[in-house]
Design a binder for this molecule. Structure first.
Ligand code: SAM
Length: 229
């Protein structure tokens, strides 16, 4: 435990000790469950602390106080779980298409005493459902799809004025250019926010929803693949 505690303390020095310890418990669960199912390729304590935990928390200043947030394609809970630990004012829904991963998320949230809704669904289907459509102040996504696809997957979840944060690396600029048509069709606009991180160049494509999403979006996944926006 002390190796991961030292790593979390070094990567996230501004978190109080109770929160740092929560992330250590999450680390232990992640590595334990990872032996039985594919959750992460990174297991070294220092790398998990920086590339998963601190990376998830990096753009937290872009999220308004008390926002209702959905993490789309959260996988093993990134960026949602570290952000939920760091920002208890936010209320989270974690969504993933893989049932096994949602089982891990439910167990992790229980262990960490986090009041989070974990949902097994595909975003393109949930984005049509009244339970989720236009219900969130912010959407998050990391390592899920190119920005053009993510625009169609995440913007329908947002209230008007809501924001979608797409976690990206140095390729963000070209992805943003390719997403121009999708942003127009989904009634949204975007800018790039840069972060300096010790583990690499990090960018967030910061999308703002300007008007209600037209009814025909998001399209079914087959159509999205055949006819990219
Ligand atoms: N966001 C996590 C991270 O940064 O570590 C996981 C990234 S993993 C490469 C991509 C995840 O997105 C997978 O768990 C996959 O099941 C999920 N995913 C992909 N397409 C999806 C969709 N249309 N709806 C919901 N989940 C999706």
């Amino acid at each position: 435990m002390s190796e991961i505690f030292d790593a979390v303390r070094a990567a996230l020095p501004s978190l109080d000790e109770a929160r740092q310890r929560k992330l250590c418990v999450f680390y232990e669960m992640l590595v334990d469950w990872n032996a039985r199912m594919n959750l992460t390729a990174i297991t070294d304590p220092a790398e998990v602390a920086s590339k998963h935990f601190a990376d998830s928390v990096l753009p937290e200043s872009l999220l308004k106080k008390n926002a209702r947030v959905i993490d789309v394609g959260t996988g093993a809970g990134f960026p949602g779980i570290p952000l939920a630990v760091a920002r208890p004012d936010l209320s989270f829904t974690l969504m993933d298409a893989l049932q096994k991963r949602v089982g891990f998320l439910e167990a992790a949230c229980k262990e960490l005493n986090l009041n989070i809704q974990c949902v097994h669904a595909r975003a393109e289907e949930a984005g049509k459902s009244l339970s989720y459509r236009a219900g969130f102040d912010a959407a998050l996504s990391r390592a899920v799809a190119p920005a053009s696809v993510l625009t169609e997957l995440t913007v329908p979840f947002l209230k008007e004025g809501g924001v979608s944060l797409m976690y990206k690396g140095p390729q963000a600029e070209s992805e943003l250019l390719s997403a121009k048509n999708a942003l127009h069709l989904l009634r949204a606009e975007a800018e790039l926010v840069k972060f300096d991180a010790a583990w690499g160049e990090r960018r967030v494509i910061f999308v703002t929803k300007l008007a209600p999403t037209p009814e025909n979006y998001p399209r079914a996944s087959g159509v999205m693949k055949k006819k990219p926006l």
